[in-house]
Design a protein around this ligand. Structure first.
Ligand SMILES: Nc1nc2c(ncn2[C@@H]2O[C@H](COP(=O)(O)OP(=O)(O)OP(=O)(O)O)[C@@H](O)[C@H]2O)c(=O)[nH]1
Ligand SMILES: [Zn+2]
Length: 346
């Protein structure tokens, strides 16, 4: 099976970035330790990356390569999902590039959690992907509309489809949000039905087999493991890291999802108002007047803290730890002092 550039999601956005026709565009389907697998109009290629570190390339990226199968350029991305890399250093790990639609999967049962949903909405917003919420297990819920309404009541509510992920006709309803050549990905907790949906949209593992791999050792059959063709001509990116992402460097996404609260906060008297005891706090005033939902306010503050914590630089982390240990020391010291004084007084 070979694909045209349009089949693979090529668009004028990428074409504009090329100034030589001599280099071949290819879409990265897997990132390995020292090479990538990419899909091109000549089938699947194994490409080496002498000039870029492999960490700079994500599944879904468009790259250009020369005759020797060396990557010469990573094209600017339309969207990018990233997370904090493991380890002490604060740096991004690229998860997936050029994801047009982010399916946020949640089920119509006790696992349904509006805070988690808002986190994923902020993530989609900061990545630049269009969010579509899929409420699975609608077939087992007494009233799936209860869940749908909770989402539809959010300010700037996203699109929602409630469905049975095991029913192919209902999966088609979700799949309609992905046009030919567009790319989707799933996020959501374990057990909500992502694998079931992915199988329904790609036709299982069979549809991903038999993509030619063309490299120095000849032609092989391989699978595009992480960039899978969907039955309707779309693509699905399904990497191990993508499913449960934390917020990282997503302030713009949070500002958009909580635009109502963000706007309110901008009229607090102090720029760095923590909305606790500060005078002139617009958030507190609105809360007291019953104009905003206390639960939603708490969810916003929690996600703000999560994002700040994950995005802080190493020096900020050190400063935080230092000031915390200083604080502990001063508390300990003053308690000693008090003790001493009381003892003296006794
Ligand atoms: N009745 C019903 N069962 C579903 C639905 N979606 C998923 N299931 C079942 O729920 C279980 C978990 O589904 P998976 O697709 O494996 O969930 P997942 O999100 O991929 O889970 P992880 O692989 O752990 O991330 C399976 O037994 C599915 O058959 C649905 O819409 N209706
Ligand atoms: Zn305030």
């Amino acid at each position: 099976m070979t694909y045209s550039l349009q089949d693979l999601g090529w668009s004028s956005f990428f074409a504009r970035q090329i100034d030589s026709d001599a280099l071949q565009p290819a879409r990265v389907s897997e990132v390995h330790r020292s090479s990538v697998t990419a899909l091109s109009t000549n089938g699947s290629l194994r490409l080496l990356s002498p000039d870029h570190s492999i960490g700079e390339i994500a599944v879904g990226d468009w790259v250009l390569s020369d005759q020797e199968h060396r990557i010469t350029q990573i094209l600017d991305r339309q969207t990018l999902l990233k997370r904090k890399a493991a380890g002490h250093e604060i740096k991004p790990q690229l998860i997936a590039a050029n994801v047009d639609i982010l399916f946020i999967v949640s089920s119509c049962n006790a696992d349904f959690n509006i805070a988690r949903l808002e986190r994923y909405l902020a993530l989609a917003q900061s990545a630049g992907s269009f969010p579509v919420v899929l409420l699975t297990k609608a077939d087992t819920a007494d009233n799936p509309d209860d869940y749908r309404h909770q989402i539809e009541h959010l300010p700037k509510a996203p699109v929602v489809e409630a469905l049975n992920a095991k029913d192919p006709t209902e999966v088609q309803r979700a799949m309609k949000w992905v046009r030919k050549g567009q790319t989707a990905a799933f996020v959501g907790s374990s057990g909500v039905g992502k694998t079931t949906l992915a199988n329904g949209m790609t036709g299982g593992d069979d549809a991903t087999a038999a993509i030619r791999e063309d490299d120095a050792r000849g032609r092989h059959t391989t699978t595009a493991r992480f960039l899978k063709p969907m039955l309707n001509g779309g693509w699905l990116i399904d990497t191990p890291g993508i499913r449960e992402l934390q917020l990282f460097d997503a302030q713009d996404g949070l500002d958009a999802v909580f635009e109502d609260l963000q706007e309110l906060a901008s009229s607090c008297r102090f720029n760095d108002c923590a909305h606790e005891t500060e005078p002139g706090c617009a958030i507190k005033a609105a809360l007291d007047a019953g104009e905003i939902d206390a639960d939603r306010l708490e969810r916003w503050r929690k996600l703000e803290r999560e994002n700040a914590y994950n995005s802080e630089t190493l020096s900020q982390a050190r400063a935080r730890e230092k000031s915390f240990s200083k604080h502990v020391k001063s508390v300990v010291k003053s308690s000693h002092k008090h003790k001493g004084r009381y003892q003296d007084d006794d």
